[in-house]
Ligand binder design. Sequence first.
Ligand SMILES: Cc1cc2nc3c(=O)[nH]c(=O)nc-3n(C[C@H](O)[C@H](O)[C@H](O)COP(=O)(O)OP(=O)(O)OC[C@H]3O[C@@H](n4cnc5c(N)ncnc54)[C@H](O)[C@@H]3O)c2cc1C
Length: 454
Amino acid sequence: MTKLRLAIVGAGPAGIYAADLLVKAERHFDVSIDLFEQLPAPYGLVRYGVAPDHPRIKGIITALREVLDSGVIRFFGNVRYGVDITLDDLKKHYNAVIFSTGAIHDAALKVPGIELEGSYGAADFVSWFDGHPDVPRTWPLDAQSVAVIGNGNVALDVSRILAKHADDLLVTEIPANVYEGLKASPVTDVHVFGRRGPAQVKFTPLELRELGEMNDVDMIVHDEDFELDEASKAAIESNKQVFVINKVLNQWRERPVGQASRRLHLHFYAKPLEIVGDEAGHVSAIRWERTKPDAAGGVVGTGEIRELPIQAVYRAVGYFGSPVDGIPFDEHHGVIPNHEGQVLDDSNSVIPGVYATGWIKRGPVGLIGHTKSDAMETLEHLKRDQANWWSPEDPAEESIPALLEERGVLYTDLDGWHKLDEHELALGAAEGRLRVKVVPRDEMIEISRAQPEA
Ligand SMILES: Cc1cc2nc3c(=O)[nH]c(=O)nc-3n(C[C@H](O)[C@H](O)[C@H](O)COP(=O)(O)OP(=O)(O)OC[C@H]3O[C@@H](n4cnc5c(N)ncnc54)[C@H](O)[C@@H]3O)c2cc1C
């Protein structure tokens, strides 16, 4: 029987689901899959994006781990495609490659002053509080009043972590440096800004409701934001999600406030115009224009300009993918150009043997579950394209560890991940917590590659 030697680059949910679905799929060939990941640990944004106080979502790792442990897929961590392994290497050793490299950086926001000191991208902050090994260990949390721009779930994650008392996060897996940073934060007010109205937000009800459950944090909403136009009323009546969001927000309008030491303010119909700086070039205020419904579900400016003193601003306006070495890249959308997962060249022709799935295929929107349907679509083409697969010169499985060793790459494998996982669980158990994350890359590698004592 023909054997497909498949390389998958990126061990986030998209890459792992693709491997799992292919192994389980009805097909007329054998498969052998190698999963390459630039970090020493797998799971992508499930480990380094999903907020630490969302243990239920983090629990998806259990299902992803079962896939890796099934014995059919090899994991090569701490191997960066484009540096440690190249497209030429993949062509020499595999029949095809699927790129599932996701997105880790912030999309740009064109607002004057966004480059000032004290202005941050949400993705960078998320990487910090989730213990990503490649970001600095300290985060400048010295602001009392903070603005968060965006009306999606990442804006809520960032606002919640900023507003929550550090001790209330101690039950989670946050590393010590994150706890200490948050504990010392002088923050009292977090202001979330969205251009549109409460019926047009992109939050999900569960994440919104959670804000109101924070200890010693008042939720502040403004009556002027709830004069609903016909389009908003129609959205509330026809969409269950919008209905629940509206209900939650209206409950907050009735709640007594004033006792809590911190406040989380939601400003709707507020279009940021400028981040104002002081003489030292540091963020000192946010200036915005009040908008109003345009009767078609959108908004228009009213000309009324408002300003609020702040000392830090976070833009949570989306993630953006990064180019992948030797593969075409759509600079406008931050994705690998593709047709249903088949990667396309500059003239829109399919490049044989090269596929994409997950956020780098579709763009950085959607939940973990969506990466499964993504993978299915991509795999349909991979399975059908057999005649166009590459013909590798050296498909032997042993060639890959030999190649990495020859290059001095300190790769981690599945056993190594188990060791790191157990180590983190033990650190957690010692503190009565589920897990405490190991952050420095060299420490992760050292634990993963440790040899058993003789
Ligand atoms: C802040 C945040 C919170 C979220 N919360 C939730 C939530 O609560 N629930 C939910 O369902 N979804 C949530 N999501 C969405 C979810 O994380 C994504 O849908 C999902 O992770 C996308 O999967 P992916 O595999 O395409 O990308 P990723 O998860 O980004 O995985 C890509 C992997 O590729 C690796 N990689 C990149 N470049 C290279 C390279 N050159 N060589 C080798 N490896 C490489 C990366 O290190 C990474 O491990 C959240 C996302 C964010 C950003």
